[in-house]
Design a protein around this ligand. Structure first.
Ligand code: 5GP
Length: 197
């Protein structure tokens, strides 16, 4: 498999984490890009596996040092992708999977466009947006997670509308109406791109 640089975005609750976990199980040569964030860990999240949980001060220091490929403020917290681990994985012929928001994905597109033609990030770049079947379904999924307050859920629904308005900027879109079908569509997109780059 060729080393793809795969960016996946979706509104919170659209099933993106589950689909990313399925991809990582299915493709042993794929690695997950562990983002940095200033938000608090949720549930059983592990530092260094789910996120690098940083203080605002440390996050801002990394911004100043130019260490991020992209960074954004999502739901009032900072999130960002470090450049070094991405290049290292691609150099080792691994596919890299990024789960980032639409603002970050826009920055990645700008970053990729400015790269020289043979750069591994540019060569392997592929972005995919995952849509929920409907807004009602999304709200129900967020409520069933029971990890967020009604206020946070309201905020996430507002963000979801804004994010879905940018879905057409992505090279591919899928709808997560049925998990297995959505997963097959994702694999089809990845397999075609892994062969043809
Ligand atoms: P959560 O707090 O639910 O884990 O993630 C909230 C949002 O932040 C999700 O849409 C997720 O895709 C996005 N996110 C996670 N990591 C990054 C990152 O490194 N950069 C950007 N721009 N967004 C991220």
């Amino acid at each position: 498999m060729r080393p793809l640089f795969i960016v996946i975005s979706a509104p919170s609750g659209a099933g993106k984490t589950t689909l990313c976990d399925m991809l990582l199980q299915h493709y042993p040569e794929m690695c997950y890009s562990v983002s940095c964030t200033t938000r608090e860990p949720r549930g059983d999240e592990v530092d260094g596996e789910d996120y690098h949980f940083l203080s605002v001060e440390d996050f801002k220091r990394l911004i100043g040092e130019g260490r991020f490929l992209e960074h954004a403020n999502v739901h009032d917290n900072y999130y960002g992708t470090l450049k070094d681990p991405i290049y290292q994985a691609l150099r080792e012929n691994q596919c890299v999977l990024l789960d980032i928001d639409v603002a970050g994905a826009g920055q990645v597109r700008d970053y990729v466009e400015a790269l020289p033609e043979g750069d591994p990030v540019r060569v392997g770049f592929l972005d995919i947006f995952i849509n929920p079947p409907s807004m009602e379904d999304l709200e129900a999924r967020l409520q069933s997670r029971a990890t967020d307050t009604p206020e946070v859920i309201g905020k996430r629904m507002g963000n979801a509308r804004r994010e879905m308005a940018q879905a057409q900027l992505y090279m591919h879109q899928i709808v997560n109406d049925d998990l297995d079908t959505a997963f097959r569509r994702l694999c089809d997109i990845i397999n075609v791109n892994a062969q043809f780059i």
